[in-house]
Write a protein that binds this ligand. Structure first.
Ligand code: FES
Length: 284
């Protein structure tokens, strides 16, 4: 009879020993872990320290505008958190509490939201936050090499900030631009190169060490030119242009309505937008 050897017996009989390698969590820390808010205690400012930046007339007006666009104030929580991050450069605990109060929800709820999305930073970052996708498509196209190259060029490791406060490197999951991989974000802008004074991401153009050098040069030049602009200048653009929840007072977004949803190839139904007259049908 054939003897089937169990795994435990196999290990014992062959005197195998194992050395534990790094766990996936250690190998691939989340951006939040990389910035250290979970592993190291991040010094937190008090409410008194942050209020002068959050209670400016402009901030009050923007928050009031956002709140008016949702049937429930809580609907504006994500965007109010963005505003806090725009004003402070990150979202400290008291900033989360401020957003919760503005949106009429509990601090615990707002904390859950702010820590769920990795786009909210729980520790200060450099003026230029370089976020590299490390997910599968980018990895197959050489993301690790590009990250290692950038770390060497700036003399910092992932999760660290350069001593001059200019750059922080993070590794993040898929940025939704897999076809351009490997890709990176410079603050909130995609970049695979920098040309003619602009960050670019042109079809067929991917990150190479030479392009990383161009991007870093662009950052240094921008820093020189716009020394006093807000740290996270790109944030808030989407907030300012938001049309609001359809139906909320003050919102200018138009509700999309369809005769049939979803259109079904089996039933032969089609969807017609009442607002635009656009007809949606299944192909084939
Ligand atoms: S895998 Fe890198 S953007 Fe999707």
């Amino acid at each position: 009879m054939k003897k089937v050897q169990g795994a435990v017996h196999f290990v014992a009989n062959n005197k195998l020993s194992f050395e534990r390698g790094p766990s996936p969590v250690e190998l691939y820390p989340t951006p939040a872990d990389q910035l250290g808010h979970k592993k190291k205690a991040q010094p937190q400012p008090t409410m008194e320290e942050i209020l002068p930046k959050l209670e400016t007339p402009e901030m009050k007006a923007r928050i009031a505008d956002l709140l008016s666009r949702y049937p429930e104030a809580q609907g504006a929580l994500l965007e109010v958190l963005w505003l806090v991050q725009e004003a402070l450069g990150w979202v400290p605990r008291e900033g989360i509490r401020f957003a919760a109060k503005a949106c009429g929800c509990s601090a615990a709820h707002a904390f859950g939201v702010a820590t769920f999305y990795t786009m909210y930073k729980h520790a200060p970052t450099g003026r230029f936050l370089l976020q590299f996708c490390r997910n599968i498509c980018c990895e197959q196209k050489g993301a690790s090499n590009i990250i290692a190259y950038t770390e060497k060029a700036l003399n910092i490791k992932t999760g660290e900030t350069t001593p001059d406060g200019l750059f922080t490197i993070l590794q993040v999951e898929c940025l939704g631009a897999c076809g351009f991989g490997p890709v990176m974000l410079v603050n909130d802008d995609f970049a695979t190169n920098a040309k003619d004074g602009k960050l670019t991401m042109l079809p067929g153009e991917t990150l190479t060490p030479e392009h990383v050098d161009n991007i870093l040069r662009w950052c240094y030049a921008r820093e020189k030119e716009f020394k006093n602009e807000p740290v996270r200048d790109a944030l808030g653009g989407s907030v300012a242009g938001h049309l609001g929840h359809p139906g909320a007072p003050g919102a200018s977004a138009v509700a999309q309505t369809f005769d049939y949803a979803p259109p079904s190839p089996v039933l032969g139904l089609k969807a017609v937008s009442k607002e635009t007259g656009v007809v949606l049908t299944w192909k084939g």
